[in-house]
Design a protein around this ligand. Structure first.
Ligand code: ARG
Length: 567
């Protein structure tokens, strides 16, 4: 595909001898400022001239082919470039014809490895809405990075380790047969946990038993390990229902327990660094200099911590995956934890290639519009139920709008789940998410269903046109109206938007972009008669529609949203 920005930059480079001039070229937010703009005040210092003078000078000296840029304007200190729409249409169409659903993908990151730690719920505890966010954001990042050619490893760092398992084993030993753990593992194990915890508070001897169980578990005792395995398997079976509904996958399920025999090395390395100090019987790394509380490595009772296991995981991931980036997707409540862990990781003797590329990807909380959602036990929502409810509500809407639709159930699933995912990815991660059924399922709002609905509209245009014309037969010079050109410009930037989403670890950039495409398509559709007697004109417009169709579907798939063909 022709890189307009590069073409302009190269010409500017020739006359200014500034190697980095491309970095100054912007895409103006205001469309009246051209397609690309060079703010000349950024050159003023170096060139020792006033920005408007520089702009005029450059304009005079520049010789850019008409095929790339049709006009250059000086507005105050800005040099504004208008690209050739015909070339734009040609390059998009050719690219679309060769790449099809991989239009926008690239190989820029080939040979690079990224590991993404996401979802990571805790065994025998409810999979809560925060884990849903982690799952949805992490899975989108997985797809986005893959699309850019990265070799991605998705890790579910399960919370399957810790003293609470000693308690759970004790509780199960005592009352296991009173609870239907097989059929309803999370709920029942939670009940057992609460009960044994209460007993521990009353009776120190029981607490001692629990500690013993954990010790036995660590030492490989057969019975304790069998129970632990059972809790883990049953929990995963239940979590899997949510993963299936969301169609989310992982390459590794190595949770915290996987590191139980790998923490000794962490402690040794930290000892060797001379930074591991005793504090009230515990071993910690002092982080006063970094203005953080100390990082607890070994508790006073000798047990390791969540942080110690994360340090072991960093060692393991560096060695196993040789990562160029390691991402951790959790709520912002863990910002301090990761800051501490990443700081301490510098003491493990790893290459800075690894320690400089540990990235926490935090996100905000979910705010519920109370009373509107089926909640159990206060504010703990069962995610499986939540997703079921989304599908049910979508089914009701479809039943109302289009009762004769075929495959209604399958479509309701795509719409319901798509609505939840889109809602999760519509704002910058760190913002709190508002969870409101009516908003997210509104077919006319900035929602998942709206994107799906737009996609379906493009489908019916293609159907009416009896398919997509051969690209060679399309006369791009017929596309001249501003609605079409605005749409083409947006289609052109898809690949760039995906790159930015990866750079910032912000899937919402893609969500917003897709909404923009949908809006632009809607204008294009109202202002242009697509199906007409004029076959040539029809072909050109159908091809634009085909490009929208593909970008919407591919873009949605990067977010984890599936498009129904009809709805
Ligand atoms: N299990 C943790 C929780 O539920 C999240 C784990 C995140 N990943 C990590 N490597 N610490 O809060």
């Amino acid at each position: 595909m022709i890189d307009f920005k590069k073409e302009i930059a190269n010409k500017l480079k020739e006359i200014t001898n500034m190697e980095t001039i491309e970095e100054y070229i912007e895409v103006p937010a205001n469309k009246e400022m051209g397609d690309y703009s060079l703010p000349c005040f950024k050159l003023a210092k170096e060139m020792k001239k006033a920005p408007p003078v520089i702009a005029n000078d450059l304009k005079e000296k520049l010789e850019i082919s008409e095929e790339i840029v049709t006009s250059i304007e000086v507005v105050n200190g800005y040099l504004n470039f208008y690209i050739n729409p015909l070339t734009l249409a040609n390059t998009i169409f050719t690219e679309m014809d060769t790449k099809k659903e991989s239009y926008g993908s690239s190989k820029i990151a080939e040979g690079k490895n990224v590991v993404i730690d996401y979802s990571s719920p805790n065994i025998a505890k409810p999979f809560h809405i925060g884990h849903l966010r982690s799952t949805v954001i992490g899975s989108a990042l997985y797809k986005i990075y893959s699309f850019l050619g990265y070799n991605v490893t998705g890790i579910n760092h399960l919370g399957d380790y810790g003293t609470q398992f000693g308690k759970l084993i004790e509780g199960y030993k005592r009352w296991g047969n009173e609870y239907d753990v097989e059929n309803n593992p999370i709920d029942e194990l939670t009940k057992i946990y609460i009960r044994i915890n209460n007993l521990c508070k009353e009776d120190e001897a029981v607490l001692e038993e629990c500690r013993n169980n954990f010790k036995k578990l660590e030492d490989g005792d057969a019975y304790c390990n069998e129970l632990w395995q059972k809790f883990r398997d049953l929990s995963l079976k239940e979590f899997q229902k949510v993963y299936d509904l969301l169609d989310v996958q992982f390459d590794s399920w190595n949770g915290e327990a996987f590191y139980s025999d790998k923490m000794g090395e962490v402690v040794d390395l930290l000892e060797k660094s001379g930074k591991l100090i005793e504090s009230e019987g515990a071993k910690v790394i002092d982080l006063t200099e970094k203005e953080m509380p100390p990082c607890l490595i070994i508790k006073s009772n000798g047990s390791t911590t969540y942080a110690t296991r994360d340090l072991a995981a960093i060692l393991y991931r560096a060695r196993t995956y040789n990562f160029d980036k390691a991402l951790y997707v959790t709520s912002y409540e863990q910002i301090l934890h990761f800051k501490q862990v990443f700081e301490v990781a510098k003491l493990l003797g790893l290459d800075t290639k690894y320690t400089d590329n540990l990235i926490h990807v935090p996100f905000g909380m979910v705010q519920l519009k109370t009373g509107k959602m089926s909640t159990r036990e206060g504010n703990i929502i069962k995610l499986e139920e939540l997703l079921e409810e989304a599908m049910e509500r979508a089914a009701n809407i479809i039943e109302e709008k289009n009762p004769s639709l075929e495959n209604k159930e399958e479509i309701a699933k795509k719409v319901g789940i798509g609505a939840v995912i889109f809602n999760d990815l519509y704002n910058s991660r760190i913002k709190d998410e508002i969870f409101d059924w009516d908003t997210m399922l509104n077919f006319n709002g900035e929602t998942g269903p709206y994107l799906q609905y737009t996609y379906v509209r493009t489908n019916s245009v293609l159907e009416k046109a009896c398919g997509v014309p051969e690209v060679e037969t399309v006369d791009t010079s017929l596309i001249t109206d501003s609605a079409s050109i605005a749409l083409l410009k947006a289609l052109y930037s898809f690949g760039e938007v995906v790159k930015q989403a990866a750079d910032k670890n912000e899937p919402y950039l893609i969500s917003r972009y897709l909404i923009e495409i949908a809006h632009l398509f809607s204008t294009f559709y109202t202002e242009n008669k697509i199906i007409s007697e004029d076959t040539q004109l029809q072909n050109a417009r159908v091809y634009v529609t085909y490009c929208v169709n593909t970008v919407l579907k591919t873009g949605a798939s990067l977010l984890g949203i599936k498009m129904p063909e009809k709805m």
